[in-house]
Design a protein around this ligand. Sequence first.
Ligand SMILES: [Zn+2]
Length: 263
Amino acid sequence: MRGRRSLSPSPARRLLRRLRAPGLVVASAALATGALALRGPTGASAPVPPAGEPSAVAVTVAREARAQALRGRERTRIERRRRRELRRSRALGRPYAGRLVGGVALPAGGAAFFTWNHVRGRTPSPAWRRHGTVRLVRTVLRVVRAHRRAHPRSPRVGIGDLSRPRGGPFGPSYGGRGHVSHQNGLDVDVLYPRRDRRERPPQTAAGIDRGLAQDLVDRFVRAGATTIYIGPATGLKGPPAVVRERVHHDDHLHVRIGARGRH
Ligand SMILES: [Zn+2]
């Protein structure tokens, strides 16, 4: 192999070998001529490569096949890393008495969402208030992006607290009324979209854009949420096994996913 490293098992090499087969050399040379004629303004005759040499087209095709194989390997690598991350990220204990191992932070904001610090009444929320399992963070991103795609003119969705970086208690000592749950990276608060489109929690249930809020509830249900709390004054609906009324939830909904959900 003239000192070069062998690529023999690659699809690119196999394709190249097929193109070099006697019957195909002529075909690939003809293709090369055609390709050059397309490029050249006069359509002057292209040099036919000597028999046994790969034509320009064959080389291009082989290169493309090799690039495809590399992309395939890259995809496999990303998929493996994704599975490793999912395994590393664990919700221990219960949402109201637990902790979080290998959690990740939801980004501070994006095209489809902003994060809301309800203690200081401003955006963004600090990173230490927005940690969750990989599965929870992915679910939130997937839902808000799909919501945005379905309603391109809707305001960005406000995301409140998730959990602390290692989970554990998230009570009033961390500001505001505090949370009983939100301890093991499976809970997230989501602000109802406002009719006036402002990026902050609605002051009363009348200020909620009910259509958009219901769309969010439906999407979280479909995404595999195990529990969703909505305020009694919101008029929002959902399967009773999942969507329940709770006081103090007229300005945000609370979503909980399972430790081993569908994602
Ligand atoms: Zn909550």
